[in-house]
Design a protein around this ligand. Structure first.
Ligand code: G1P
Length: 294
């Protein structure tokens, strides 16, 4: 087992086609769709920054170049804002810009699954534990989801995934874990199954898109075995690693918006819009007008 107790690197698999959001995603990556005035990916990167992540690895694909541009300095824009004394806007850009050299972009050349996307980052990760954040899920909580997970990681030194409970009839849509002994906010995982057949899930705790993994996972990802949906699944590699290393499920405390679904995406816009002091009053009035009297 790797003795390192610091997680410095995080992987963001952003190669997905975003077919659920066509036609928008024909020309704009789904990760760049905005929740209020920030792209979805910014919320995910902010969660990682809050948890102390220093290096941000994006596994991209064709037509995702704008994500790389977004995390670069917009030199001409900044020069124009400076000459116009737009200090507030400059501050927004300055706060959003990652430190030079702290991002890496690599491409998943074919859509072979989440496990394959993470495997594409193997050389950039090297031999240290790392985090994975799925960009669909925006997690809103006082202490970020990854920060909550790192407490369990520092305590155990093992692998950690964030879990939440779903209605049992939806378990077949997710990676589901079996529940073992409790330890604070976490429990030991006894089994794992990606997209279990209806009625066969070991619990209703689903993996909610945040992972802290030991580098040994790459050994199992490199086998490139296909699982649910004919894709190379991260859950299957974790299941194999479970025979050698412990996995903990951290019961996430907070709200989750699945921006990969239209309802979740719209709900995120409402929730974040209402929590913005500069928008709250006007936005609330507009929502009330639209909903109309009961
Ligand atoms: C992926 C994972 C699954 C997890 C889910 C969370 O599935 O494979 O284990 O529960 O994300 O959103 P996908 O949403 O890509 O089908």
């Amino acid at each position: 087992m790797n003795e390192t107790k610091t997680i410095r690197k995080a992987v963001f698999p952003v190669a997905g086609l975003g077919t659920r959001f066509l036609p928008a995603t024909k020309a704009v990556p789904k990760e760049m769709l905005t929740v209020v005035d920030k792209p979805v990916i910014q919320y995910i990167v902010d969660e990682a920054r809050e948890a102390g992540i220093e290096h941000f690895i994006f596994v991209t694909g064709r037509n995702k170049g704008v994500i790389e541009d977004y995390f670069d300095m917009a030199y001409e824009l900044e020069a124009t804002l400076k000459t116009r004394n737009k200090t507030a806007e400059l501050e927004i850009l300055d706060d959003q810009l990652p430190l030079a050299g702290s991002t890496t972009f690599t491409r998943q050349q074919a859509p072979l699954g989440l496990g394959h996307a993470i495997w594409c980052a193997r050389d950039i990760i090297g031999d240290e534990p790392f985090a994975v954040l799925l960009p669909d899920m925006i997690m809103r909580s006082k202490k970020g989801c990854l920060s909550q997970m790192l407490e369990v990681f520092r305590d155990t030194g093992d692998n950690v995934v964030a879990v939440e409970e779903c209605p049992p009839e939806l378990a077949h849509q997710y990676g589901i874990v079996g529940v073992g002994k409790e330890r604070g906010q976490a429990f030991e995982i006894t089994e794992m199954v990606e997209k279990p057949p209806k009625g066969k899930a070991p619990s209703n705790f689903f993996i909610s898109g945040r992972y802290v993994l030991q580098p040994e996972i790459f050994r199992f990802l490199s086998m490139q075995e296909k699982g649910a949906g004919g894709e190379i699944q991260l859950t299957d590699a974790m299941k194999k690693l479970m025979a050698r290393q412990k996995f903990w499920a951290m019961k996430y405390v907070g709200e989750t918006f699945d921006t990969g679904s239209k309802i979740g995406f719209l709900a995120a816009n409402v929730a974040y819009g209402l929590s913005r002091p500069d928008l709250e009053a006007g936005f609330r009035a507009e929502i009330e007008r639209l909903i109309g009297p009961k």
